[in-house]
Write a protein that binds this ligand. Structure first.
Ligand SMILES: Nc1ncnc2c1ncn2[C@@H]1O[C@H](COP(=O)(O)OP(=O)(O)OP(=O)(O)O)[C@@H](O)[C@H]1O
Length: 462
């Protein structure tokens, strides 16, 4: 077994001489054997060895005994031991996580702190070949990402060093034999016996069947995993280059051009979507699955030019013609309106104001200011309308020849954005803007005082 692990370490460059190695030790057979293995090669490789144990505080006295057991194991061999008791149940409640996920996050945070404290080069974990088989099969059955299907990586960067898993070269049976040979008596974790966890069901029911077909099953899965990870890295690089050309990043959103995205090969589309999601989600929600990616790809390839799709944690995908926006932004409430203005009438507006329209038989000389507008019925088209602003709105100002953007009028009058959305604009039947109540009049206002009929509009608070 030692020879196989050493060969694997060499093949994957998992260790360098004179390095600092932290071994994550739960007290179970895998990690205890791993710690023993590193201890046995410590002099040959000139390794500084540290054992790290986390008591997740799940099983009270029993898990404290596990911790003391690991401490004692280290003490008798002169190994530095870092043990921490972390209140995982509290962390789990606070962050609304599953038991396993909460424990994993607490553990990795502690490991990260130790990597920095000791300026360690490696964090070695006890995952073995059978774990690899179980993981890949479970992910295939449950659904995962392309990277997920590739299984557990042998080596990956972690806090200035690497996480390494030298025991992926061997199976559980090898580890049991190693423990027996070196008289290592690990702690027994009763939760591994029950069929409550999916992993245990695979371990107890699926793996034995496959092992009968091929006793060296773990080697097959390991080489598949290595190949798949290599392929994945290559495809991910291609996807990164391709996706960059079809997206525009914003702080909390990504705009995607649909046509050039559709022109990308399918494997790059899938991975490109994954990269976009990695960018948008600070942490990928556990509820996000391959089904969501599949639905998103189907949504993008639909011929219908508009629509929306909801993804976990409030991520919205909004499609409009050739552009698709993926965003967490809350959609603005649509407060726009457009009403026909009868004469005479009192028209209540959504901004707590009214417009009152009246017929007059002489020119109302006494009415002045921007709260009133006087119309010569022969100079405008009917019906009159009261509506909210639209992009590109312009009007000719009273006494001038040129036009002015409504937007500028709002800016100059320092009207807050939220009020602009609801501010009334009066236009005639041809869409000429006659009046922005309270702010500006157009040169459509009647100036000839000799007519027999006028329409007068008043703008008042309700
Ligand atoms: N409580 C813990 N403290 C420190 N390291 C841990 C702990 N739990 C797990 N690890 C590390 O993570 C690896 C994988 O953990 P996992 O829970 O999948 O296996 P395990 O059943 O705990 O394995 P083992 O036989 O080592 O107990 C372990 O082999 C060990 O290196």
């Amino acid at each position: 077994m030692i020879a196989e692990v050493c060969e694997f370490i060499k093949k994957h460059e998992l260790l360098t001489p004179d390095s600092t190695v932290i071994v994550g030790v739960s007290g179970g057979p895998d990690s205890l054997a791993l710690l023993h293995f590193f201890w046995s090669i410590r002099q040959k490789w000139n390794i500084t060895l540290i054992a790290a144990h986390v008591d997740h505080m799940f099983r009270g006295k029993q898990s404290e005994e596990d911790m003391n057991f690991v401490k004692h194991f280290c003490q008798t061999r002169g190994i530095i031991c870092e043990a921490a008791q972390i209140d995982v149940p509290a962390f789990q409640r606070q962050h609304k996580l599953g038991v396993q996920e909460a424990a994993r996050q607490c553990r990795y945070r502690f490991f990260g702190e130790l990597m920095e404290k000791y300026k360690a080069d490696y964090l070695a974990l006890g995952h073995h070949g059978d774990d690899q088989v179980e993981t890949i099969l479970m992910r295939l059955v449950r659904g995962s990402t392309s990277k997920g299907y590739a299984g557990i990586p042998v080596k990956r960067p972690f806090h200035g060093g690497y996480i390494i898993r030298p025991f992926l070269a061997i199976s559980r049976a090898h580890i049991d034999a190693y423990c027996e040979k070196h008289q290592i008596t690990p702690r027994h974790d009763a939760s591994n016996d029950k069929d409550d966890y999916t992993r245990n069901r695979f371990r107890h029911h699926v793996i034995p069947f496959l092992k009968k077909e091929n006793p060296r099953l773990h080697e097959r899965f390991q080489s598949y995993s290595e190949m798949a990870i290599e392929d994945e890295l290559f495809l991910e690089e291609l996807a990164e280059d391709a996706i960059k050309k079809v997206i525009k990043k914003q702080e909390d959103a990504i705009a995607l051009k649909i046509k050039p995205f559709q022109a990308m090969p399918k494997p790059l589309q899938r991975r490109g979507i994954q990269l976009i999601l990695n960018y948008l989600y600070k942490e990928i929600p556990s509820s996000l699955s391959s089904v969501h990616i599949h639905n998103l790809l189907a949504f993008l390839s639909r011929s219908h030019p508009s629509g929306r799709l909801d993804l976990p944690h409030g991520l919205k995908v909004v499609r409009s013609y050739d552009c698709c926006l993926l965003t967490f932004r809350k959609e603005k409430e649509d407060v726009s309106y457009a009403f026909k203005l009868d004469i005479p009438a009192v028209l209540p507006l959504p901004n707590n104001h009214v417009i009152i329209s009246e017929n007059w038989e002489h020119y109302p000389k006494e009415l002045r200011g921007n709260d009133v507008f006087i119309i010569d019925p022969e100079a405008v088209r009917f019906p009159l309308r009261v509506r909210t602003r639209r992009a590109g709105d312009r009007m000719t100002l009273k006494g001038t020849k040129g036009t002015k953007k409504i937007k500028e009028i709002f800016i100059e009058a320092k009207i807050p954005l939220s009020e602009r959305e609801r501010w009334p604009i009066v236009e005639d039947g041809e869409g000429n803007i006659l009046w922005v109540p309270k702010l500006k009049k157009s040169n459509f206002e009647a100036t000839d005082v000799t007519k027999a009929h006028y329409i007068v509009l008043h703008y008042k608070e309700q």
